[in-house]
Design a protein around this ligand. Structure first.
Ligand SMILES: [Zn+2]
Ligand SMILES: [Zn+2]
Length: 128
């Protein structure tokens, strides 16, 4: 997925926008779409475009492919995995608990403590 997508993604549960993105792995690509600018929220530069006159350069928002990342909703405390470039923004009942916990365990060192212990709908045991 591209940073650009964060300009469009809202939490499927509580509809919060924008969401927080923590990138684990990424690589540069040649953008396939015409580069324009993020409209409401520029994730790469972390700028709320509705509250500023700044005009960020959004080349990276289209020219970087995010492979593994974590998307966090600071409103309802849910987190969503990005794996193999695909964000999995699923409602709780469609999520695979085992896969999700494996994901959290794999990226434990780069994941905020709050998500590890209190993240919804799944979190790692405090003893881990
Ligand atoms: Zn941007
Ligand atoms: Zn939410």
């Amino acid at each position: 997925m591209k940073y650009r997508l964060m300009d469009l993604l809202a939490c499927p549960i509580c509809k919060k926008f924008p969401l927080k993105l923590i990138v684990f792995t990424e690589f540069s690509i040649k953008p396939s779409e015409k580069i324009s600018r993020c409209e409401l929220y520029c994730s790469f530069h972390d700028i709320d475009l509705t509250k500023t006159d700044r005009n960020p350069e959004c080349v990276k928002c289209y020219g970087v492919e995010i492979k593994d990342a974590l998307i966090i909703c600071e409103e309802c405390g849910r987190w969503y995995p990005v794996e193999e470039e695909i964000p999995r923004m699923l409602p709780d009942h469609l999520r695979n608990k085992n896969e999700d916990l494996e994901f959290l365990a794999r990226w434990k060192n780069k994941t905020p403590e709050k998500i590890l212990t209190e993240g919804k709908p799944f979190s790692l045991e405090k003893s881990m």
